[in-house]
Design a binder for this molecule. Structure first.
Ligand SMILES: *Cc1c(COP(=O)(O)O)cnc(C)c1O
Length: 381
C-alpha cells in the first residue's frame, strides 16, 4: 500500500494536503479553534439558527419521545409518523404535491439521479455542479453533457445536437452556486426543458431558507414552482440541521420510494433530526428578518469590496473574492486567519486556473460592524 503514502507526500509537497482542524465551539457566527476565537466565514449556517433555542428544544423533546435512532430503513420499521409530518410541511413550504426526506444532500443527489435515468439517457448539467450531482450522474450510467456555467446558449446548442439521440433527458442545475454565489437563468432553462422534452431537477441546497417571500428558495422567488419537476434541497445549511428533501409530484416521490437506493438501503435519519427540521421550518416562517438582514448585509459587503477595487462574484450570501494566483490566495487567507477571520482559500482544481478565491460565507450574525472591520482588514493586507 505504498501508493497511499506516496499520494499523501505528493499532496503535501504541492501544499494541497487536506487536514482536519478540530473546533471546540461554533455558534453565533464564531468558531473556536485551538483556544482562539474567530469570526466564522466558512460555515453554511447562513441564518445562524444551528443554536436556535426552539430547534434545540424540539430536538430534546423528540429524543425523550422517540429515543435516539430510527433503527431501520423507512421501508422496514423506521417509518415514524414524524417523517410524514415533516413531509407534509415540506410539500406546503415548496408548493408541491408531495415531498420525501432523504438522509443527506449527497445521498439525495446520488440516489435521485440514479433512479430517474440510466444507460441510453442523457443528462445536461452545469459545469460547476456539485460533486454529489456529478457522482449521481456517473453512477446512473447516462451520457453526461456539461454546459458552460449558466450559459443557456451552450445548453441549447447541446440539446439541439444531442437530445434526440437519447431516450430520456434530464437537465440539472443548482439555484445558487456554492463557489460563485451566483444564480442560473432558471426561466430560460425552463423554456428549453419544455422545448426539448426534458425533466428538470434543481438543487436548492444554498437557496432553501434564504430566497423567496416564504424563504423556500429561488424557485419560489422566480415563480417557477410548477415548472420544476424535481426540486431538492438540504437541511444542513441555512436550516441549521441535517438531511435533505425532494419536493415533486406524488407519482415521483412514490417512484423514488420504490427505486431510490440511497433511500431504500439506509437507516432513516434519527427522529430528533426530523423534529429539528420541523422546528427550523417554523423558524423560517416566523423569523423572515433573518434572511432579509443576511441578504442586505451580503449586498453591503459585496458592494464595499467592489467599490474598493476588488474583484467579487455572485449575488447571494456567498461572496467570493477573486484573488487569482493560488499562492497569493493562501497567503491572504493566512493573514485574515491571523487577524481573527476564519476564511479559507479555494484553489484549482475546485475552481478554474487563475481564479483562486477566498469564499466568504456570510451568516445572520455577521453584522455590518463586523463586516466593516473585515473590509478594512482585507484592504490592509
Ligand atoms: C452541500 C450540498 C449538497 C450536499 O448536501 P449535504 O446534506 O451536505 O450532503 C448537495 N448539493 C449542493 C449544491 C450542496 O451545496
Amino acid at each position: 500500500m505504498d501508493y497511499l503514502e506516496e499520494f499523501l507526500e505528493e499532496q503535501n509537497q504541492q501544499n494541497l494536503l487536506r487536514k482536519l482542524k478540530p473546533a471546540s465551539q461554533r455558534k453565533d457566527g464564531k468558531i473556536t479553534i485551538r483556544g482562539k476565537e474567530y469570526f466564522d466565514f466558512s460555515s453554511n449556517d447562513y441564518l445562524g439558527i444551528s443554536n436556535h433555542p426552539k430547534i434545540i428544544e424540539a430536538t430534546r423533546e423528540a429524543v425523550a419521545k422517540y429515543g435516539t435512532s430510527a433503527a431501520a430503513s423507512r421501508l422496514l420499521s423506521g417509518d415514524l409518523d414524524i417523517f410524514h409530518n415533516l413531509e407534509k410541511e415540506l410539500a406546503k413550504f415548496k408548493g408541491k404535491e408531495s415531498a420525501l426526506i432523504l438522509n443527506s444532500g449527497y445521498q439525495a443527489n446520488v440516489g435521485i439521479i440514479k433512479a430517474l435515468i440510466g444507460k441510453g439517457d442523457a443528462v445536461f448539467s452545469d459545469k460547476l455542479s456539485h460533486a454529489s450531482i456529478v457522482d449521481g450522474i456517473l453512477l446512473s450510467g447516462a451520457q453526461l453533457f456539461r454546459y458552460h456555467h449558466n450559459d443557456v446558449k451552450h445548453l441549447e446548442m447541446l440539446l439541439k445536437k444531442y437530445r434526440n439521440k437519447y431516450r430520456r433527458a434530464l437537465i440539472i442545475t443548482e439555484s445558487v452556486f456554492s463557489m460563485d454565489g451566483d444564480f442560473p437563468p432558471l426561466k430560460e432553462i425552463v423554456t428549453l426543458k419544455n422545448q426539448h422534452h426534458c425533466t428538470l431537477m434543481v438543487d436548492e441546497a444554498h437557496a432553501t431558507g434564504i430566497f423567496g417571500k416564504n424563504g423556500s428558495g429561488k424557485i419560489e422567488e422566480e415563480n417557477l414552482i410548477d415548472q420544476i419537476d424535481v426540486s431538492m434541497g438540504t437541511f444542513g445549511k441555512a436550516l441549521g440541521s441535517f438531511g435533505a428533501y425532494v419536493a415533486a409530484s406524488k407519482t415521483l416521490t412514490q417512484y423514488l420510494i420504490n427505486t431510490c437506493r440511497s433511500f431504500i438501503y439506509s437507516t432513516a435519519l434519527p427522529p430528533s433530526v426530523i423534529a429539528a427540521n420541523l422546528a427550523s421550518l417554523a423558524v423560517i416562517k416566523n423569523e423572515p428578518e433573518r434572511r432579509q438582514s443576511l441578504l442586505k448585509n451580503a449586498k453591503y459587503f459585496r458592494d464595499q469590496l467592489s467599490a474598493g477595487g476588488l474583484k467579487v462574484k455572485g449575488e447571494s450570501q456567498i461572496v467570493p473574492l477573486i484573488v487569482g494566483d493560488a499562492a497569493k490566495c493562501v497567503a491572504l487567507s493566512k493573514k485574515l486567519i491571523d487577524a481573527g477571520y476564519w476564511v479559507l482559500p479555494i484553489r484549482p482544481p475546485t475552481v478554474p486556473n487563475g481564479e483562486a478565491r477566498l469564499r466568504f460565507s456570510l451568516t445572520y450574525h455577521h453584522s455590518p460592524e463586523v463586516l466593516e472591520k473585515l473590509i478594512e482588514e482585507i484592504k490592509n493586507v
